[in-house]
Write a protein that binds this ligand. Structure first.
Ligand code: G3P
Length: 220
């Protein structure tokens, strides 16, 4: 399973990259806008930090303009994956870009039917939004499981990129479901490390070692 960070923040990406477990990055217009730089510039800076797939989203709404924008984004770096929304125009643009050899991540997927359309259009990734479905009372992880099953039935090459993950449980359930990628905020990646017994065990090891090899000076 690949781990992506869902952020455009360079400090967060440097921290995640240092652990050596980072396979790529997803961004969206909200995340890019938060950093205040033009998208081309921000994506270029991200490509300098992370050697893996970097999703950059088009802002246009009609297919022709999405294709134009997608070509510009793809030309930034060989690792850029163009993100298109799951609309009629987005699927049309995905078909065109994919035929040109430009990889597309189809985003804002909330149903298995939508995921089928993305696969048929030749998308490289499909991004089901788990947390946002949970937010409206649906079972987001069920969507990931269903898409994985459907894609396996037909051998679609589109990779399932579980997105809008909000907790370590989401990440583990995505892995159990067979998602190819989990993208998460740095906060969630940090949480994957945590276990109180790890901290407790390490503390005890250090104390036991110090008792023998570095005892506290005896008072007179
Ligand atoms: O990758 C999609 C992600 O950015 C959406 O996450 O938490 O805003 O639903 P969230």
């Amino acid at each position: 399973m690949k781990f992506f960070l869902d952020t455009a923040n360079l400090d967060e990406l440097k921290r995640g990259a240092a652990w050596g477990i980072l396979d790529g990055v997803t961004t969206n217009p909200t995340l890019i806008a938060r950093e205040g730089r033009p998208i081309e510039e921000q994506i270029r800076l991200i490509c300098d930090i992370v050697d893996g797939d970097i999703s950059a989203e088009v802002m246009a709404l009609d297919a022709a303009a999405m294709v134009k924008e997608g070509r510009v984004l793809a030309a930034i770096h060989k690792n850029v994956v163009v993100k298109c929304p799951l609309t009629r125009d987005g699927i049309e643009a995905t078909s065109i870009l994919s035929k040109e050899g430009i990889r597309v991540n189809v985003t804002l997927c909330f149903s298995p039917a939508q995921a089928l359309l993305a696969a048929k259009a030749g998308a490289h990734y499909i991004s089901p939004f788990v947390g946002r479905l949970d937010d409206v009372g649906s079972d987001g992880m069920d969507l990931v499981r269903t898409i994985v099953a459907i894609y396996q039935n037909y051998g679609f090459g589109t990779q399932v990129l579980a997105a809008s993950l909000r907790s370590p449980t989401h990440v583990v359930e995505s892995a159990l479901a067979g998602a190819d990628v989990a993208t998460m905020p740095l906060k969630v990646m940090e949480m994957l490390f945590e276990h109180p017994l790890t901290d407790k065990g390490l503390d005890q090891f250090l104390k036991d070692w110090a008792k023998v090899f570095n005892p506290a000076p005896k008072s007179r």
